[in-house]
Write a protein that binds this ligand. Structure first.
Ligand code: HEC
Length: 749
């Protein structure tokens, strides 16, 4: 007893450390890239004198060492004096001072960055002109190879190896503890020895492959970060970036797993004991960083559930596919040295044990897969119309025979084996085929995880009928809404670079389809009365000219007296259904840390249920397990009900108004006028009218606001919250409501 307690404590400490490392690894390593937010001078600007500097604002903090600016003059010659720097007070800004003797002309700024948040790289370029309109020339297009490091196939390959490796290591631990060891112990001592050696080697080889995958991932990241691959580049990436730090932690985690797999303790024990649980815990934790840097982690609401769901999906894959590898390598192959009858007995014992584990995995795999698909794809049409959706379909297509083979093993070959010895040969073959298919599925997954999810693609497509052109002296924004077959509204906003737009300016939209007989439709847009649009002048018209789906050509022609015509053309896709309507509705999302109880409860219910059903609930322990399964199910249902985030019809709507200081100020004024009586001057829910209300007004600075989208807040402002808060639809314009949303969001900061 005396040695028992310290051992238990050290197990707990080891698991805690492993958890800590898992949680640390992907710290903020999710989300997008550091995109260019704005710049000074801005794209297309004409500045009279040489500016002091070129300054760029990005959406994420930058790695100082590998982000840079290159400046080209009108002839494409690089300006040597440029020195890229990250603003010491604000890591989101990069700038370069300019020599003050730059001649007049059009300059092109090429930039590239590495996000300090997630190690992703972005690059781009834009032009501005020094002098006057006369100095403006066609801008040069810089060579994009200078700024984009492309690791090619190394990236998916590294992911594939990591998946296969970690799956094998984790699956072998599970299969050893619950399938191979208990079976072999009941049979031959000799086979037990062989199986033990092989299982240990398999797990270690798997881990080795995962390490190899990680090394390749570091190579890929080095190419992305430094655009090169010298020893110096690798050490720069490893020691000079956040990614390098996370990479080191991940290797540390692999080392922990390696130590426990290497030591004999796990493999020698006769019952699942401390080392067994410790190995399981560390193995499962080793999967967590994968999920924490997956698409699931980029989900904005219900992130915890999405991550745990992804992790369960991965764990079930590991138990099934990795378990099959262990079953084949460490159990089926060694039994070949046995007499046929003996072998038949071993296999007839082995297979039902494995089946229980496989069935539980497949159910968890299916349920978590459905939820992930709902999160990332959302609808059947999104499945067909996006690259992500089609790749996911391919994954399902390959998985289908995998499921079928599993079923064949369970329903046909396994009962047959109880009767005939030669069935073992078929069993070995089908398992080998399953493993091959499993590896193929993981290959597709490796590609899938580097793609933009279907929802993101559809959302960006929904904005594709909005165009912005900067050409000659005009900035022109064009909206075709809804941008689908049928009645559309065409709007063109014209902003002159300086001065006023002449009264007699005409704007014409020409729409045509190559294949369409009858030629182009010419639509004369009507100038709308001046509104609150600054220097921008709006022209608009309605029409049902887009008559069939497909690619259409659009030309915008702006005519002013004494000026050459302003023309620009562009092709765009016209879908049958408005792109906005193709964005699938939001999936049910759960919020808060306690919400992870839902997926975990369901998974445990499945596992206990599968074990209980093994003997059709005939024994007492099995009946207890059955009740436990039911309990977990009820627990999952309660958690779901408690943590489900309510949605509104506009949950998915995007805030069309940028959260600029002006917008927040406009929002603040509207807030003081309409909302402060209830919500209080500072939004803390302490307005003067609160005594007259049935329910206390929400504290708008509290965390509750955070879990709702801009679209939800917009809906409540316009529609009200029955019965506590009135709707403001009749008093506020659409735009006002969005300014208010921006203001409410700013309260939290
Ligand atoms: C008559 C009093 C009253 C006025 C005026 C009012 N609200 Fe509310 N508001 C409430 C109450 C009460 C709630 C809490 C509703 C509940 O608990 O279901 C609420 C809830 C909200 C919420 C939801 C917060 C959350 O996290 O659930 C938002 C957002 C909000 N109000 C914004 C506004 C804005 C913006 C205005 C001004 C345009 C406004 N409210 C005006 C009484 C008011």
């Amino acid at each position: 007893m005396t040695s028992w307690r310290p051992a238990r404590t050290s197990t707990a400490i080891a698991l805690f450390l492993a958890l800590l490392v898992s949680l640390l690894i992907p710290a903020q390593s999710v989300s997008g890239h550091a995109y260019l937010d704005e710049s000074s001078p801005d794209a297309g600007d004409i500045v009279e004198d040489v500016p002091d500097e070129v300054r760029l604002w990005f959406t994420e903090p930058l790695e100082p060492d590998h982000s840079f600016i290159i400046l080209y003059d009108a002839t494409g010659e690089e300006i040597d004096e440029v020195e890229s720097r990250i603003d010491p007070d604000d890591q989101f800004q990069m700038y370069t001072p300019l020599p003050d003797d730059l001649p007049n002309g059009t300059y092109t700024v090429q930039w590239r960055n590495i996000s300090a948040a997630d190690g992703h790289s972005e690059s781009g370029f834009f032009s501005f002109t020094i002098g006057s309109r006369e100095d403006m020339t066609e801008p040069v297009s810089p060579d994009e190879d200078v700024t984009t490091g492309n690791p090619g196939l190394i990236e998916p390959l590294s992911k594939w190896l990591s998946f296969i490796g970690i799956t094998t290591a984790v699956g072998t631990v599970f299969a050893w503890l619950w399938v191979i060891r208990p079976t072999m112990m009941d049979h031959s001592q000799y086979v037990l020895q062989v199986a033990r050696r092989r299982a240990r080697n398999l797990a270690l080889v798997g881990l080795g492959i995962a390490v190899l995958g990680s090394v390749l991932a570091l190579v890929a990241q080095t190419i992305i970060v430094t655009l090169g691959l010298t020893i110096q580049d690798v050490t720069d990436t490893l020691f000079g970036t956040q990614y390098g730090l996370f990479w080191g932690l991940r290797i540390l985690q692999f080392a922990m797993l390696g130590a426990i797999l290497y030591s004999g303790a796990l493999w020698r024990q006769t019952r699942v004991r401390r080392t067994g649980w410790l190995a399981l815990g560390i193995a499962l934790l080793a999967l967590l960083p994968f999920s924490m840097s997956s698409h699931a982690a980029a989900v904005s609401i219900g992130t915890n559930v999405a991550i745990i769901n992804d992790w369960l999906h991965l764990a079930a894959t590991a138990v099934w596919i990795g378990g099959l590898i262990a079953l084949f390598g460490a159990a089926i192959l060694p039994t070949r040295s046995l007499e046929p009858e003996e072998r038949q007995r071993v296999l007839a014992d082995l297979i039902p044990r494995f089946s229980t584990m496989a069935i539980a995995s497949v159910v968890v795999l299916t349920l978590s897969g459905i939820y992930s698909a709902w999160l990332q794809v959302g609808s059947i049409s999104a499945m067909q119309e996006t690259e992500y959706g089609r790749t996911l379909s391919l994954k399902l297509l390959i998985s289908l025979p995998l499921f079928l083979l599993g079923g064949l093993n369970l329903m046909v070959i396994s009962p047959w084996m109880k009767r005939a010895a030669q069935a073992g040969k078929h069993f070995g073959r089908t398992v080998a085929a399953e493993i091959a298919l499993g590896a193929a599925v993981l290959g597709v997954v490796a590609v899938l995880v580097s793609m933009a999810p279907a929802r993101d693609t559809l959302e960006s497509q929904a904005e594709r009928t909005n165009f912005r052109f900067e050409h000659m002296d005009l900035t022109v924004a064009t909206y075709i809404s809804p941008g689908a077959v049928g009645q559309n509204n065409y709007t063109v906003d014209v902003i002159p670079d300086g001065g006023e737009l002449p009264e007699d300016t005409s704007v014409e939209l020409r729409l045509g389809r190559e294949a369409l007989l009858g030629g182009t439709r010419q639509i004369e847009l009507e100038r709308l009365p001046e509104g609150d649009r600054g220097r921008s002048v709006r022209f608009a018209e309605n029409g049902s000219d887009l008559s069939i789906p497909g690619t259409w050509d659009m030309e915008i022609v702006i005519q002013r007296t004494n000026e050459v015509d302003w023309r620009i053309d562009r092709s765009f896709e016209v879908p049958e259904v408005p792109a906005q309507d193709q964005v699938p509705g939001p999936p049910p999302r759960l919020e808060g840390l306690q919400s992870v109880g839902a997926p975990i409860g369901i998974a445990l219910a499945v596992v206990f249920g599968a074990v209980a059903a093994r003997h059709r609930f005939r024994t007492e322990p099995d009946r207890i397990l059955g009740w436990l399964a039911l309990m977990f199910l009820v627990f999952a249902a309660l958690t779901t009900w408690q943590t489900l985030v309510e949605t509104t019809p506009t949950t998915q709507a995007r805030n069309p108004i940028l959260s600029t200081p002006q917008s927040i100020e406009t929002g603040r004024e509207l807030y003081l006028e309409h909302c402060a009586v209830c919500h209080g001057p500072e939004g803390e829910g302490d307005g003067e009218d609160i005594d007259r209300l049935e329910r206390p007004p929400a504290d708008l600075t509290g965390p509750h606001v955070e879990i709702h989208t801009d679209g939800d807040i917009y809906w409540w402002i316009m529609d009200g919250i029955d019965p506590a808060m009135p709707g403001f639809e009749s008093e506020l314009s659409d735009e006002d409501a969005w300014h208010l949303v921006n203001y409410i969001r700013s309260l939290r900061e």
